[in-house]
Design a protein around this ligand. Structure first.
Ligand code: P1T
Length: 379
């Protein structure tokens, strides 16, 4: 089955009782039992919910994995995944990640004696050099948020597996339509479903997809024990989203290319971060590993004043955190999504005060470009 067919049908069989073609929202906290230990496979809604199960089946199929677990947010999904690592163990992480991931690792999990090293994963040799006898996980974001660094998932998986470590990939920026990390040897895929998978900017959620039965049993155990589950309604919203994922990603990709080409030529833009550009340092890898470049672009206008002028002059684009929705969102990573990263590290990564990030939406391409053009000319 093709991707769009899987997106529309996997986990989405018509309801057995009514024939409803859309999976119902099972808004219940518990389930009647026929007798002690006699039930229909559902006991309590933290543990199992049919709407959530349908979404988990759907997203596991889209990533080409066996097991899926849906969480209340992308951060909850990442937190649950890190529970595979124990005190005294070590994790190698991409130097640039979403600021919230960096904050969770350095400010929360580090307190529980889990050790983190942050390296530039665009070169697998850096990952190899960072591996220690107690390394149990390599956590890669590709492309990274917001400076779009691309890492070679196949090479990193080989290096990590040789050392007996699992590889986790945050695939939020591309969605499984444009990149399927498990096919390159990655063990676990995580997403903020808040972004492209939901696609409509109306719910927060996260997913973990994996193949290993033992690790899956532990993630399921954590999901039930810690309880950061995705609600039935939010699960339903993400399923509504995945039905059009293929169509939406094609358009995000098409407009993304046009907006990037426009920005690349604009005299006020000093630098552009977009793996689809021939000048991007990992352009060849991105072409090989991804089936498109998606809708995320960052560009540097050289100063905080310049960035402020652009961000406060847009009329169609919305100044807001988040990404991957139908509407074009524009943001300032240094003070918004990556404020939790210290200034020296931000500067080193290219997250300067002049950096602006765009999540290219599904409006008419010409309208998006015209709005960015008038905002840049206001600098
Ligand atoms: O917001 P939440 O659903 O908890 O997802 C966290 C998260 C995880 N991974 C990546 C790559 C992300 O971009 C995010 C959230 N990012 C934003 C809110 C943002 O504007 O970048």
């Amino acid at each position: 089955m093709g991707f769009a067919t899987t997106a529309i049908h996997s986990g989405q069989e018509p309801d057995q009782t009514t024939g409803a073609v859309t999976v119902p929202i099972y808004q219940t906290s518990t389930y009647a039992q026929d007798g002690l230990g006699k039930h229909k496979g559902y006991e309590y809604a933290r543990t199992q919910n049919p709407t959530r199960s349908a979404l988990e089946t759907n997203l596991a199929a889209l990533e080409g994995g066996r097991f899926g677990f849906a969480f209340a947010s992308g951060m909850a999904a990442i937190d649950a995944t890190l529970r595979l690592v124990k005190a005294g163990e070590h994790v190698v992480v991409s130097d640039n990640t979403y600021g919230g991931t960096f904050r969770l690792f350095t400010k929360v999990l580090a307190n529980y004696n889990i050790e983190f090293d942050f390296v530039d994963t665009s070169d697998a040799l850096n990952v190899e050099a960072a591996i220690k006898p107690n390394t149990k996980m390599v956590f890669v974001e590709t492309p990274t948020n917001p400076v779009m660094i691309v890492s070679d998932l196949r090479q990193i998986s080989e290096v990590a597996h040789r050392a007996g470590a699992r590889v986790v990939c945050d695939n939020t920026f591309l969605s499984p339509y444009l990149q399927r990390p498990l096919e390159f040897g990655v063990d676990i895929v995580v997403h903020s479903t808040t972004k492209y998978l939901n696609g409509h900017s109306d719910g927060i959620g996260g997913i973990v997809v994996l193949n290993d039965e033992t690790d899956a049993a532990w993630i399921g155990f954590i999901q039930n024990s810690a309880g950061a589950i995705l609600s039935p309604f939010d699960s339903w919203l993400v399923m509504r989203g995945t039905k059009t994922l293929a169509l939406r990603m094609d358009q995000h990709d098409k407009s993304g290319r046009a907006v990037a080409a426009f920005l690349e030529e604009h005299p006020k833009v000093r630098k552009i971060y977009y793996p689809g550009s021939a000048s991007h340092p990992q352009h060849a890898l991105a072409k090989r590993q991804q089936s498109g470049f998606g809708g995320m672009i960052a560009f540097d206008v050289g100063s905080l004043e310049g960035a402020r002028a652009v961000l406060e002059s847009v009329k169609l684009c919305t100044l807001a955190e988040s990404l991957g929705g139908v509407e074009t969102l524009i943001s300032h990573p240094a003070t918004m999504t990556h404020a939790s990263v210290d200034a020296e590290k931000r500067e080193r990564l290219g997250i300067t005060d002049g950096l602006v990030r765009v999540s290219v939406g599904l409006e008419d391409t010409d309208d998006i470009i015209a709005d960015l053009d008038q905002a840049l000319n206001n600098m």
